[in-house]
Design a protein around this ligand. Structure first.
Ligand code: C5P
Length: 316
């Protein structure tokens, strides 16, 4: 009897003989509505995820053990041991499929660490897709997303990509069927990261003391704005409940947000738990101008342009 995860295709069953290279995007939350703290330590979310064209790349080669090397953002800072989400993802896939967890993995990182862009989650998603191809385990995207949910709340979205609604703790994904519109972003990367659990705790504290702004609630307005395909309309609908927490932990982000809007961005928000700020612009040329002005103003480490939505983790 063939195992249920295997496809008929011979090559897939054997796995790849050469290296498998997977590209995975960063995410921003166009709407991040944070509900109450649940008994399991997570917050109930109402979010709209959006994948943008800043990528990490994971290469998987055959090996006799499981090893991880890296270059780029966070090299020397990011632990490459069993605590790394890449290694955890490889073990999770091996456990699910019965494949031997053997691979030589190499990560090229462009997504900053602890930046609110889900870089670690992206790498976990890339690992699932790369090892599935390398080992010939042939899982469907939905099966991979099921394993992904145990690795982190954002990981299933990064398997799918595009623009999608996230509910539960963020792991329950349903795609948003948007017509082919490309949105233009500027991504202002800060020096140093912010801790996601700390940002959620800070939001709870601000809410207890009455210092947090009103909760965003439903995603309806954002979804309606996406359908209108006008960046000026979308700009008015962007929102992030974690922004107050990120600003409280890193007050200098207020100057970054102000500088982006002064430079001509339609709107700026903190991405996820921060400290990265993202700005929506009218078009690609505006994005270039805003990025140059943000860098000149010295309000971020680096400003990059990006567009979205883009695909989730994919073999290139
Ligand atoms: O799911 P993930 O491991 O990425 O979450 C990291 C941390 O962020 C959690 O341990 C929790 O403290 C916080 N979190 C939360 N509510 C969510 C998602 C994450 O409180 N919906």
């Amino acid at each position: 009897m063939t195992e249920p995860w295997r496809r008929d295709d011979d090559e897939e069953r054997r796995g790849a003989s050469g290296p498998v290279r997977v590209r995975v995007p960063a995410k921003v939350n166009l709407h991040l509505g944070v509900g109450p703290l649940r008994r399991d330590g997570y917050h109930e979310l109402n979010t709209v995820y959006h994948a943008i064209s800043i990528y990490d790349e994971l290469t998987a080669r055959r090996g006799d053990t499981l090893t991880l090397t890296m270059e780029g953002e966070g090299t020397g800072e990011l632990a490459l041991d069993d605590s790394n989400l890449v290694i955890r993802a490889a073990h999770a896939l091996a456990g699910y499929t019965g494949a031997a967890p053997h691979a030589r993995l190499h990560l090229r990182k462009q997504i900053p660490l602890a930046g609110g862009l889900a870089g670690g989650s992206a790498d976990a998603a890339a690992t699932l897709v790369a090892c599935d191809a390398l080992w010939g385990t042939g899982l469907s995207r939905d099966e991979l997303a099921g394993i992904a949910a145990d690795l982190g709340s954002d990981v299933p979205f990064l398997i799918h990509g595009g623009t999608a609604l996230g509910t539960g703790r963020g792991e329950a994904i349903s795609p948003v069927l948007a017509r082919a519109t490309s949105w233009h972003w500027v991504v202002a990367i800060a020096d140093g990261g912010l801790s996601t659990p700390q940002a959620y705790r800070e939001l709870d504290r601000l809410r207890e003391t009455g210092a947090a702004g009103p909760a965003l609630g439903s995603t309806d307005a954002l979804l309606a704005a996406l359908r209108q395909r006008d960046p000026r309309v979308l700009a008015l609908a962007l929102g992030n409940d974690l922004q107050d927490a990120a600003l409280s932990m890193r007050p200098s982000l207020a100057a970054t947000l102000k500088a982006g809007e002064a430079a001509g961005a339609l709107a700026g928000i903190v991405s996820g738990s921060g400290p990265t700020c993202v700005f929506l612009t009218a078009d690609a040329a505006d994005a270039e101008r805003v990025a140059a002005e943000l860098e000149a103003a010295g309000v971020c480490r680096e400003a990059r342009t990006a567009h979205g939505p883009v695909h989730g983790a994919r073999v290139t």
